[in-house]
Design a protein around this ligand. Structure first.
Ligand SMILES: Cc1cc2nc3c(=O)[nH]c(=O)nc-3n(C[C@H](O)[C@H](O)[C@H](O)COP(=O)(O)OP(=O)(O)OC[C@H]3O[C@@H](n4cnc5c(N)ncnc54)[C@H](O)[C@@H]3O)c2cc1C
Length: 383
């Protein structure tokens, strides 16, 4: 793998970094306190083409490869994970899935809107009683004249109150993963109630919602892929999603490194900069190593995808490492800041709160270990 970034990749990285420094970082603490990012950020992101990275221009996207996508998500993650999540769900989990599995009319209807930021999408897999065991989900879609009627509930849905379309996974057949199908459900829809979940530890600027489906009608044309393929579609989306989450975590780690290094070279104790103390340098060095390791694992996944190679286990590896490393890095950065790290005048406390969920969503760390263990041994611990 050639680690040299092309001129185009460097230009997109620079553009996103400048945008993050100008439009996101100065507001992140206020959005966090208000539990709401300013949604005008969506149009600004879209104007830069950031909702269309990897989507071909013929569908309204801005093209680019998966390494470019990782560079974008790293910069957004450095700025605010709540903003990064808007893009990684709407573009990464939903638009890319429509591109891969949608019919011509599903693509032409949704992709230009999602790439232009006119509409946002959400990905609705988790339910109140099924998280890690997603193949056991209970939301049911029943075939009726002209389409399907959906009943059930989805939990913890990112972008839930902002989205115009939900990619919903529902049971159309018997038990287990093979009985699940995927649907594109326009929002709002009659019978679909959306309730925002408040009081999150982190990602406080982001809309996380519960979706309740009471006899919601979906036309037959809104089935995504074939009947019974829903679980496979969800897992394929998450395999790429884990790379984008890992990239967001790299951004958190880099943000922690920048903040902690800056603080250590200013703050004085015992008549010296705290950066001159070896134990403080050790904290900084540990964060720097985590940043490099997480970034290289993430870039490896992008490289495999762009070369058409299998990448799912490597994506789980990157997600597992980068998410756990982001928590460690944010914790170490807070230590460098001492008491000032504990108040939200500085960014490191928010990095720690935002990092914490990354070892939980898109598959917990335990689930990533089982995926890696299955690849190593050929034995599934899920069965
Ligand atoms: C802020 C936020 C945003 C989210 N956004 C979305 C979204 O947009 N769309 C969506 O569909 N979901 C979303 N989720 C849901 C998320 O993916 C789930 O929370 C996650 O998959 C874990 O499921 P659970 O919370 O039900 O935990 P559980 O599955 O109940 O797990 C609880 C614990 O048991 C462990 N465990 C479970 N099974 C095993 C096993 N076989 N072996 C070992 N340990 C095991 C887990 O690792 C965990 O430690 C979001 C969650 C949060 C908090």
């Amino acid at each position: 793998m050639d680690l040299t970034l092309s001129d185009e990749q460097q230009a997109v990285r620079r553009m996103t970094a400048e945008f993050t420094d100008r439009e996101i970082l100065p507001h992140a603490a206020a959005w966090d306190r208000a539990e709401q990012v300013d949604l005008r950020i969506v149009k600004k992101l879209a104007d830069l083409g950031l909702f269309g990275v990897t989507i071909p221009e013929e569908h309204g996207g801005s093209g680019g490869d998966h390494l470019t996508y990782c560079l974008v998500l790293e910069e957004l993650g450095r700025g605010d994970s709540s903003v990064r999540g808007i893009v990684s769900v709407s573009l990464g989990l939903v638009a890319k899935t429509i591109l891969r599995r949608g019919t011509a009319s599903q693509r032409s209807h949704w992709l230009p809107r999602l790439c232009s930021g006119e509409d946002l999408a959400c990905f609705a897999l988790t339910e109140p009683d099924t998280g890690s065991d997603a193949g056991n989900l209970a939301t049911r879609a029943t075939r009726v004249d002209g389409g399907w009627r959906i009943d059930g509930a989805k939990m913890f849905i990112t972008n839930g109150t902002w989205a115009s379309v939900a990619l919903v996974f529902a049971r159309t057949g018997g038990p287990g993963p093979k009985g699940v199908s995927a649907f594109l459900v326009p929002m709002p829809s009659e019978g679909l109630e959306v309730t925002e979940i408040h009081g999150k530890l982190g990602l406080r600027g982001q809309a996380t919602a519960m979706l309740s489906f009471d006899d919601v009608f979906v036309p037959a044309a809104n089935l995504l892929g074939e009947e019974g393929e829903g679980f496979k579609i969800a897992m394929a989306a998450l395999a790429k999603g884990r790379m984008s989450l890992a990239a967001g975590c790299v951004g958190i780690i880099q943000g922690c490194l920048d903040a902690a290094t800056g603080y250590a070279t200013q703050r004085e104790q015992f008549g010296k900069k705290i950066a001159s103390f070896q134990l403080v340098q050790q904290l900084l060095a540990d964060i720097a190593v985590e940043a490099d390791a997480a970034r290289l694992l993430t870039w490896r996944v992008a490289d495999l995808i762009d070369r058409g190679q299998p990448f799912a286990t490597e994506s789980s590896t990157a997600k597992l490492y980068a998410s756990e490393a982001a928590v460690r890095a944010a914790n170490a950065a807070l230590q460098v800041f001492g008491g000032y790290g504990y108040i939200d005048e500085y960014p490191v406390g928010k990095y720690l709160r935002d990092a914490r969920v990354t070892t939980v969503y898109e598959g917990t760390s335990q689930i990533q270990k089982l995926i890696i263990g299955r690849a190593l041994t050929g034995v599934s611990a899920f069965a």
